[in-house]
Design a protein around this ligand. Structure first.
Ligand code: FAD
Ligand code: DHB
Length: 389
């Protein structure tokens, strides 16, 4: 088989890129290691920047998003049980949209099926060959047989644990990493959200986040220890912990119920440079990870897709390689700003095991400055709604 672009990974990056390239007349195949049901069952991000929303529209998958998403004009921050608001609209005239990653992926799969685009599931042992030469190809095993696809370019959209990044020789790669000494325990419950805006809380017992998916589906997170197992956390323990970390009036209003999903995610900042090696381009979590505080993971994957899609269409339509030649440089410039913001939000909102009394005072002073200073709030709002592409 021969395709113009082989996309490894059928998560949001790979599917969004595939749909945009398809509409530009570029022939692609998506290779996904898992099956469709598994990909669609993953509960992850919830907040979309305007740039990502526009990309979804450009990819022809904006209709349900338009109908079913919720506009969020601001957010609440609680510090030691006292709350203040950051009003994005008032500060900078912009908003974010609440629409789950699960829905984004569902819409992208439905669109791909509608146009008859190739997606191969249950692909094992994908391997990238000759990426630094003019005629790269990908081999993999499926249904017990080895297959090969020749192509012009390979998009590595296969997440943090994928094969693409590791295909770049270690001598070429530079990796930057920070691992945080805690994780997030997240639950989904069929209960009304405690508040119509998100609440990010830094309490003496650690971080908590109140989010949602719709009027009867809540998404809550609490900071947990790295060694914790989901089995250690009964629903009762989760609700008690969450309630305790929120301002009393919020805790009292919390409606609890059985969790329908519960999982623990470790927190890490990670960037691998460069994001291009020959004819291989890394996109999304394959190249970088942010801690989830500030909701930048999916949105940063989307900005990579924008730069790569623009570069590839320039290459095929205008015979101009400037966009793909500068892909790594352009994508990384924005990635590092999202890394900085996520690291800052994480540092501001969590309790660290080794935090000294001085560190705690610094965190408190930073919070007080943010609460009282509109310029500081504007900086947060500008980053939260998303920097321009
Ligand atoms: P992924 O979503 O990881 O998709 C990669 C795809 O590639 C997967 O479908 C995988 O099965 C496939 N794949 C992997 N290896 C191979 C291979 N060798 N061959 C073929 N296919 C392969 N972000 C937020 O903003 N807010 C959140 O609350 C949040 N929560 C998260 C919770 C968890 C547990 C995780 C892991 C991430 C979370 N993120 C969150 C980050 C956000 O979900 C990611 O940034 C986003 O999924 C990135 O999309 P992606 O397509 O680049 O990678
Ligand atoms: C959600 C996750 C985040 O990391 C965040 O900052 C905001 C919302 C969510 O899953 O809804």
């Amino acid at each position: 088989m021969r395709k113009q672009v082989v996309i490894i990974g059928g998560g949001p990056s790979g599917m969004l890129l595939g749909q945009l390239l398809h509409l530009a007349g570029i022939d692609t195949v998506v290779l996904e290691r898992r099956n469709k049901a598994h990909v669609l069952s993953r509960i992850r991000a919830g907040i979309l920047e305007q740039g990502m929303v526009e990309l979804m529209h450009k990819a022809g998958v904006g209709a349900r998003l338009e109908q079913e998403s919720y506009l969020h004009n601001g957010t609440l921050i609680s510090h030691n049980h006292e709350m203040f608001g950051i009003d994005f609209q008032q500060l900078i005239g912009k908003s974010v949209v609440l629409y789950g990653q699960t829905e984004v992926t569902r819409d992208l799969y439905a669109a791909r099926e509608k146009v008859g685009g190739d997606v191969l599931f249950d692909v094992e042992d994908a391997e990238i060959h000759d990426a630094e030469r003019d005629h790269p190809y990908v081999t993999f095993r499926r249904n017990g047989r080895t297959e090969r696809i020749d192509c012009d370019f390979i998009a590595g959209c296969d997440g943090f644990h994928g094969v693409s990044r590791r295909s770049i020789p270690a001598s070429v790669r530079r990796e930057y990493e920070k691992v945080y000494p805690f994780g997030w325990l997240g639950i989904l419950s069929e209960t009304p959200p405690v508040n119509d805006e998100l609440i990010y809380a830094n309490s003496p017992d650690g971080f908590a986040l109140c989010s949602m998916r719709n009027a009867n589906l809540s998404r809550y997170y609490v900071q947990c220890s790295l060694g914790d197992d989901v089995g250690d956390w009964t629903d009762t323990r989760f609700w008690d912990t969450l309630r305790h970390r929120l301002p009393p009036e919020v805790g009292e209003a919390l409606v609890t119920g059985p969790s329908i999903e519960k999982s623990i995610a470790p927190l890490r900042s990670f960037v691998s440079e460069p994001m291009r090696w020959g004819r291989l381009f890394l996109c999304g979590d394959a190249a970088h990870i942010v801690p989830p505080t500030g909701a930048k993971g999916l949105n940063t994957a989307a900005s990579d897709v924008h730069y790569l899609y623009t570069g590839l269409t320039q290459f095929y339509q205008d015979k101009d390689s400037d966009g793909i030649d500068r892909y790594s440089e352009k994508a990384l410039a924005r990635v590092w700003k999202a890394e900085r913001f996520s690291w800052w939000m994480t540092s501001l909102l969590h309790r660290f095991p080794d935090q000294s009394p001085f560190d705690l005072r610094m965190q408190g002073a930073e919070m007080a400055f943010l609460r009282d200073n509109e310029d500081a709030q504007r900086v947060l709002a500008t980053n939260y709604v998303g920097l321009p592409y």
